[in-house]
Unconditional design. Structure first.
Length: 255
C-alpha cells in the first residue's frame, strides 16, 4: 500500500512539473548567434567519426577511448570480471539506452517541443531529466545558443555538445550525464576532458571566450549532482585534451 502511495505521489509531482514547464522555459531565451554546421557520423576503423565541412574527423569520445590510461583499462577489465562479461554488457546497454532517452527528453525541453501528451509519463528517464531541469537548469540557464550542436576543431576532432549558452551569467558548455551511482569529482576526468574539447572547438571556430563547463548529472535513483569546471582548471583540461589529440594521431601513424 505504501509503495502504491509513493508511486501516486511521484506521478502527481511529474504532472505538476509538466504544467510549470512553460514557465521555466520562458526564462530561457534562444539566441541563434552562431551557425553550427551539419554533420554526418560514420564508423572508421571501428570508431566514430564526423564528416563536417569536407573533413572526416574522429569524435571526442573516440580520442578519449583510444588514449585512456592503462590503469583505467585494468579497472574496467576487473569490473567486467567481477560482475561477469554478459552482465557487464547488459548494464552498459541499459545505461546507454537510459542516457539516450534522457537526452532526447532534455533536447525536446530546450527546443520547446514538450507537450502535455506526455502528462503522467513517469518513466525513469523522464524523471531523471526532470531532476536536471528543475535543479540544474531552472533559474540558471538564461540564454541558449544551441543544443545537440556539432562542434569541431579543424583538422583535429569533432563532437556534439548537449547545450551551449549563458549559464549563471557565463558562456558555458553544458553536458548532461546519467549514472548508476553518484559520482565524486575525482572520478570524472573524462567528463571534464570532453567539455574542454568542446570549449576549445567553440572558441576556435566561433571566436568565443568560453571559460566554464557545467556537468548536470542524475542517477537512475533520481539523485541530482552538478559539477562546475572553470578558469585555469578548465584551461588545464583543454591542454590535457590537446595532448591526447596528438597522442591519438601519433598512434594512428604508428599503426
Amino acid at each position: 500500500m505504501l509503495k502504491n502511495l509513493l508511486k501516486e505521489i511521484n506521478i502527481l509531482k511529474i504532472n505538476f512539473f509538466f504544467l510549470i514547464i512553460p514557465i521555466i522555459r520562458n526564462h530561457m531565451q534562444w539566441n541563434n548567434k552562431f551557425i553550427y554546421p551539419k554533420s554526418t557520423r560514420s564508423i572508421v576503423q571501428g570508431s566514430r567519426h564526423y564528416s563536417v565541412n569536407e573533413e572526416n574527423l574522429p569524435s571526442v569520445t573516440t580520442i578519449l577511448k583510444a588514449t585512456e590510461s592503462e590503469e583505467k583499462k585494468v579497472k574496467l577489465a576487473e569490473w567486467k570480471n567481477r560482475v561477469g562479461h554478459k552482465q557487464a554488457e547488459i548494464i552498459s546497454r541499459e545505461a546507454t539506452n537510459r542516457g539516450s532517452s534522457m537526452h532526447d527528453y532534455l533536447e525536446k525541453f530546450l527546443l520547446g517541443k514538450l507537450n502535455l501528451d506526455l502528462l503522467g509519463d513517469n518513466t525513469r528517464e523522464k524523471m531523471m531529466a526532470d531532476q536536471i531541469i528543475e535543479n540544474g537548469l531552472r533559474d540558471k540557464l538564461s540564454e541558449i545558443w544551441g543544443c545537440e550542436s556539432t562542434l569541431y576543431y579543424p583538422e583535429k576532432y569533432a563532437g556534439t555538445a548537449d547545450c551551449i549558452g549563458i549559464y549563471e551569467n557565463k558562456e558555458t558548455i553544458i553536458d548532461f550525464k546519467q549514472s548508476n551511482k553518484p559520482k565524486k569529482d575525482e572520478w570524472i576526468d573524462d567528463y571534464y576532458l570532453q567539455c574542454a574539447a568542446y570549449s576549445l572547438a567553440h572558441n576556435k571556430v566561433h571566436g568565443t571566450n568560453i571559460t566554464q563547463a557545467a556537468i548536470l548529472l542524475c542517477t537512475k535513483d533520481n539523485i541530482f549532482q552538478r559539477f562546475i569546471v572553470e578558469g585555469e582548471r578548465l584551461i588545464n583540461y583543454e591542454n590535457q585534451f590537446l595532448e591526447k589529440v596528438e597522442q591519438f594521431y601519433s598512434q594512428r601513424i604508428a599503426n
